[in-house]
Design a protein around this ligand. Structure first.
Ligand code: HEM
Length: 124
């Protein structure tokens, strides 16, 4: 997520309590990828664990710890469309097919571009 600061941003380092200020007008970017793997918010961040998204577990972490569609006035306008599209596609597929990971295929290798892709493909 890229933004230009309209006002100075004060940052306090947790370990040293050192304070620094980023001036207004600076272009800053935040990595959603890193945020969603940050150990301050996620236990064993790289492990697939759908239980992270139960109502109780969501309530335990800050609201902006999980922002796949960003947040604020420039967040994704396609969020509801994308969520519905994914659910409909998945429902169509699992009505007809049983999915499993093909153990003989290459392990997906992350390729960060504008969106995250797998360089080695995803075999199911
Ligand atoms: C899983 C699918 C999708 C994800 C994860 C996603 C994620 C995002 C993210 C992170 C942003 C950046 C917002 C920011 O800078 O704060 C964004 C912006 C945007 N997305 Fe999506 N998006 C998805 C699907 C879609 C779809 C299906 C559409 C259109 C039908 C769409 C249209 C847009 C537009 C127009 C913006 C720019 C909004 C602005 O700058 O005001 N997105 N999206």
């Amino acid at each position: 997520m890229g933004r230009q600061l309209e006002e100075p941003l004060k940052i306090i380092e947790k370990c040293s309590e050192r304070v620094s200020t980023i001036p207004a007008g600076t272009n800053v970017s935040t990595s959603i990828f890193m945020l969603h793997r940050h150990e301050n918010f996620w236990e064993n961040p790289t492990v697939f664990n759908p239980e992270r998204f139960t109502k109780e577990n969501i309530a335990k972490r800050p609201a902006f710890a999980y922002v796949p569609f960003s947040a604020g006035s420039r967040n994704c306008i396609g969020q509801n469309f994308a969520m519905n599209e994914m659910k409909i596609c998945l429902a169509q597929v699992i009505r007809k097919l049983r999915l499993y990971i093909d153990g003989d295929s290459p392990v997906p290798k992350m390729l960060p571009r504008i969106i995250l892709q797998s360089e080695s493909g995803i075999f199911i």
